[in-house]
Ligand binder design. Structure first.
Ligand code: ADP
Ligand code: MG
Length: 571
């Protein structure tokens, strides 16, 4: 391995040379306190930046093994270090120095969640971090002296300030790690208490704005659980905590407009992930298998059995194998439910704001006017209980607009000026007092459905020239020549998850056979999710990318299901 002197003399030698001379940096360099692996050298100053992997030995990094002894602790510690890197980059680096991205250091972008990330790895062996750097140039000529400053003075200072335990505030590290582990433990207690979610007393649910996931700072009303729904759960680090338990079964969230219903539901939707200390939702946890369901007209649907909800379409379309390039509000919502069930959803989160009305309700008068035989849709109202009875799948539903749902609810929570009240008894009383003449239309059971087997080769992650192409944004995933619309999926925590979904689907396309499953979509994605959990995301990537975060299988499924090239085996 080469050392610091050799790196310095190389950089001086190539000063002023064509940009391609940077390729000679590739490989490993032993610098004081750490090893620098130059994993990828950009082709020119305007291209995606170069990728550096920094390795600090366990002895030098000095993290007490207690901080990463369990998996949730390790993930939280790694998340903390990513944030430390991002915070210190502007403090210790000069930034732009030359053309294009010259001089810029960066790490992965992130939000409010603690997620398994590829950017930092901590183990007994030490700490490893992936950092991007724009190697500096004037025009397209190497700026060797500037590169020397970046790699031999700024980078070591960044490493010293962020990847050595002694440089960090031990209380902040501890708090982050314990917070992640506590949230994980709370979530694990949900099944034994027969809960689908838990919202801690004092939690801050509203966000700063419609485009910011940070907590609302001014005027936020802290969450106050109603007595009858209060439970106490245990935290391994911070002791017992009180909060509202959302029971299994069918739960309605009712209340006047602008009283905080959707805010509560969104918090539950994000509760499948752990959050950083100070987020306000660090102790709001939801079963991992909770999926947000909404209408999504215009979406692509590939061979989904939506027959429990929709049958006898006027054009004779087979709804046991429903495909559409342009689904309607109701058929898209039905497909979203069936696809979620297919990959093992245990909780559905539904908001009236984003649902198709004709999918949700069909009241007495409409039944009188439009005969059952003339209406292809069986409303969710008539299936929601059967879904729980037959498949154990619970629903949490925001419904301010129709009291018909009182009939099928186990629990009714009313949001009243941001305070939840348990109004279950009052709702039951109203059901007794005003009995419905409406006829249930759900039939004997929820209905069976067909498991689909995707044609893996129909996932086409490469461009026509054969290049693997994955690009993610908040709104879409680009895979090969195709773009998947993600605009109406709200459970991607951040863009790094979108990119990870892209690479995992690419892996599935090319190596999915190796998973040895029954070939069903549910089987494949469960196996893939498990493999990622056990072996880490890295193993499924073409290179050591540092800008990815692990997704759930539901987000993998959501992207796959919206990929317009998707085909099924057996038709
Ligand atoms: P609903 O779905 O009942 O119509 P929302 O959940 O959309 O209401 O909330 C309406 C507004 O109130 C939003 O701007 C939201 O950020 C804010 N809000 C929600 N919960 C709280 C709270 N606990 N404290 C302060 N503001 C809140
Ligand atoms: Mg709302």
């Amino acid at each position: 391995m080469h050392d610091q002197r050799e790196l310095s003399s190389l950089l001086r030698r190539i000063d002023g040379a064509g940009y391609g001379a940077y390729k000679r940096l590739g490989g490993a360099w032993r610098l004081p306190g750490f090893t620098l692996h130059v994993e990828h050298v950009q082709g020119d100053p305007f291209a995606a930046p170069s990728r550096l992997r920094v390795q600090v030995s366990g002895e030098v990094a000095g993290f007490p093994s207690d901080l990463f002894r369990t998996k949730p602790r390790r993930i939280a510690l790694e998340d903390f270090l990513v944030r430390a890197l991002a915070r210190e980059i502007p403090n210790v680096t000069k930034g732009k120095r030359g053309s294009g991205r010259s001089g810029e250091f960066s790490v992965v972008d992130f939000g409010q969640c603690i997620l398994p990330r590829t950017a930092v790895r901590v183990s007994e062996e030490g700490v490893e971090a992936i950092i991007s750097a724009g190697l500096p140039a004037a025009g397209r000529r190497v700026l060797g002296r500037e590169a020397e400053a970046m790699l031999l003075s700024e980078l070591p200072e960044l490493v010293r300030r962020t990847l050595l335990y002694q440089s960090l505030d031990p209380r902040s590290v501890q708090r982050h790690v314990e917070c992640g582990e506590d949230a994980e433990a709370l979530r694990e207690q949900l099944p034994e208490h027969r809960l689908v979610a838990f919202v801690a007393e004092g939690a801050i649910l509203p966000r700063a704005s419609g485009v910011s996931d940070r907590p609302l700072r001014r005027g936020a009303v802290p969450f106050a659980p109603p007595e009858s729904l209060t439970v106490t759960l245990e935290r391994p680090n911070s002791g017992p905590i009180r909060g509202m338990g959302v029971p299994e079964g069918v739960t309605l969230i009712v209340g006047g407009g602008y009283h905080g219903k959707s805010t509560l539901l969104s918090a539950l939707a994000q509760g499948v992930y752990n959050h950083i200390p100070g987020d306000g939702r660090e102790y709001v946890v939801t079963r991992k298998e909770a999926v947000v369901i909404r209408a999504e007209d215009g979406r692509f649907v590939c061979g989904v059995d939506i027959s429990p909800f929709i049958s006898n379409l006027p054009n004779g379309t087979d709804t046991k194998c429903f495909s559409s390039q342009n689904a309607s509000g109701s058929t898209s919502q039905a497909a979203n439910i069936m696809e979620a069930l297919e990959v093992g959803a245990k909780v559905l989160l539904v908001d009236e704001d984003t649902s198709a009305t004709n999918f949700m309700i069909r009241d007495e008068r409409m039944q009188a006017l439009v005969a059952k035989e003339k209406e292809p849709i069986t409303p969710f109202l008539d299936k929601v209980r059967l879904l729980y009875r037959d498949y154990g799948v619970s629903t949490v539903l925001v419904m301010g607009g129709s009291g018909d749902y009182f009939e099928v609810a186990d629990t009714v929570i009313m949001m009243d000026a941001y305070r939840p009240l348990d109004v279950t008894e009052r709702a039951k009383e109203i059901v007794r007092r005003y009995p419905l003449k409406r006829r249930p239309e759900g039939g004997e059971g929820f209905g069976g459905f067909r498991a689909r087997r995707p044609e893996l080769a129909s996932i086409q992650p490469r461009t026509r020239k054969g290049k693997l192409k994955v690009q993610g944004s908040r709104l879409s995933l680009r895979l090969g020549n195709y773009t998947v619309d993600l605009t109406r999926l709200s459970q991607f925590a951040e863009v790094p998850q979108v990119r990870a979904v892209g690479y995992l689907l690419a892996w599935l396309a090319e190596h999915g056979q190796a998973l040895r499953t029954d070939g069903t979509l549910g089987g494949l994605l469960a196996a893939l999710e498990r493999a990622v959990e056990e072996e880490g995301l890295e193993r499924f990537l073409p290179a050591r990318y540092g800008d990815l975060a692990a997704p759930r299988r539901f987000e993998l499924a959501a992207a796959l299901n919206r990929l317009r090239t998707l085909r099924l085996r057996d038709g």
